[in-house]
Write a protein that binds this ligand. Structure first.
Ligand code: ATP
Ligand code: MG
Length: 446
């Protein structure tokens, strides 16, 4: 077997080959075996860090993890981690080894890795080095710990989330002992840095089997995101719904594109429902104001998981608006574009579509409205219809030329003109707008 390795990585392997063993290892081997392009390449070597420095003296090296035997080599525009074969010492914090010791034996290095699919190495000399049956598990789509699952998750609980992420992204199923142990050790996730938990959650959510993985491991997801727990099994008692809140969420998750903001928004869009449930006289369930509660819960959760501000802002906006009724006319579309911009408006339509597809299919009106609004949006954009001050045919300087002094009044007049154009009450025509501005200004002065 021959694995396709990029030239800059080969350069490093070649540099180490005089006197040492060196192989690509871990996720990059896994990904290449199933035809994916790895996002990073890692090298494992028998050379000690000082020896790596010497062997690769022609390259720029960064001391990114010297304590753990890792140097980052910059080669042909790529940053490649080069790590000495090592055995991890005791883990006293369920996170990282207290100490590591170097070894000359690659099998020992492969044994410290989390899952069989991640424990393969490859070099041109030795071909695939697969001591734990990783290739077979990858073929059969099985997630299996290297060694005793209980011990491996006790050492480092982040592996539980990495495991779920691989299930979601690569479509794997954990073998029984691995799966049981992941569930039993979920409480150890409380010791893991929140930004690492958040990063794994986002990758998990963007996988092809996200909904199935969440359905299978709600307890683990609930450990890092307790906000989801009240949704599980919460019956909606409303004819628009055929699923409980959690099942509805998972069905919606499957239909929305694998984008972090969209997936996070769907995951939490109805989290406020269990907290706002009321029943009317006919016994029908309602969730008045649930959007606002969902926004609150999402904001708190995403802050806790150290998501970036832009992601939090967008997710909260989409959750707040997810139930807003669509108005099928260009003026409404222009108003929304003015308030939220094209990207967020398109995201809102995607959220509404996924939400509707996961509701009772006999009520089609929401899907029909979505189908009808898209051509209106495309036309507004294709015709560059005006929805922002940038597109307005007059600007502040034009108004000043009319004799209107700069200051708040100028801004007010521009906004007034823009709204008139957005609402279709005035054409976006310089002459007409100047005339209107002059009249309005005069009116205000009287
Ligand atoms: P990806 O890069 O696609 O996110 P990956 O498996 O390559 O996934 P990396 O963080 O790049 O993840 O790690 C490279 C390799 O290091 C892994 O494939 C695995 O062999 C090992 N590894 C990473 N994290 C752990 C861990 N927490 N416990 C044990 N081994 C790990
Ligand atoms: Mg990797």
């Amino acid at each position: 077997m021959k694995l396709d390795i990029p030239q800059p990585v080969q350069t490093i392997l070649h540099g180490l080959s005089h006197g040492y063993e060196a192989a690509v290892v871990g996720g990059c081997v896994r990904d290449r075996l199933i035809g994916l392009s790895p996002k990073d390449w890692d090298i494992t070597t028998s050379a000690r860090p000082d020896e790596v420095k010497q062997a690769l003296s022609g390259l720029k090296l960064l001391e990114t993890g010297l304590k753990h035997g890792t140097l980052t080599a910059l080669s042909g525009g790529m940053a490649v981690e080069v790590t000495t074969y090592r055995i991890d010492g005791e883990y006293s914090d369920n996170r990282r080894p207290d100490s590591v010791c170097f070894t000359g034996n690659i099998e020992q290095d492969l044994a410290r890795r989390d899952f069989t699919i991640n424990s393969m190495a490859y070099s041109e000399q030795h071909g695939l080095i697969d001591c734990f049956g990783g290739q077979e598990d990858l073929k059969n789509k099985i997630l299996r710990c290297v060694g005793e699952p209980d011990r491996r998750f006790e050492e480092d609980a982040l592996r539980i989330l990495r495991g779920l992420r691989f299930c979601s992204v690569l479509g794997l199923t954990p073998e029984q002992k691995t799966s049981q142990s992941m569930n039993e050790h979920k409480h150890l996730l409380d010791h893991i840095a929140r930004e690492r938990v958040g990063a794994e959650l986002v990758k998990l959510l963007c996988g092809q089997k996200a909904a199935e993985t969440l359905r299978q491991f709600p307890g683990i997801i609930g450990q890092i995101l307790p906000e989801i727990l009240p949704m599980i099994g919460f019956e909606q008692q409303n004819p628009h719904h055929i699923y409980d809140v959690w099942e509805h969420t998972l069905h919606a998750l499957d239909t929305v594109a694998p984008d972090p903001v969209l997936r996070l928004s769907i995951l939490l869009h109805d989290s406020g429902k269990p907290h706002t449930f009321t029943k009317d006289k006919k016994g029908v369930g309602h969730f008045y104001g649930h959007e606002a509660v969902s926004v609150q819960l999402a904001e708190e959760a995403l802050h806790r998981l150290r998501m970036d501000h832009q992601t939090i802002r967008r997710v909260c906006l989409l959750i707040r608006l997810h139930d807003v009724p669509l108005q099928l006319n260009p003026a409404w579309v222009r108003r929304r574009l003015n308030r939220m911009g094209e990207e967020d408006f398109r995201a809102l339509l995607a959220i509404k579509q996924a939400d509707s597809l996961a509701q009772n299919p006999i009520y089609r009106d929401r899907l029909d409205a979505l189908a009808a609004i898209k051509p209106i949006l495309e036309q507004v954009l294709a015709e560059s219809q005006c929805f922002s001050l940038k597109q307005l045919q007059v600007n502040g300087a034009d108004l000043q030329n009319l004799g209107i002094p700069s200051g708040p009044i100028l801004g007010e007049l521009l906004t007034w003109l823009l709204n008139a154009v957005i609402d279709g009450k005035a054409p976006n025509d310089k002459e007409v707008l100047l005339q209107l501005a002059a009249e309005k200004y005069h009116e205000k002065q009287c």
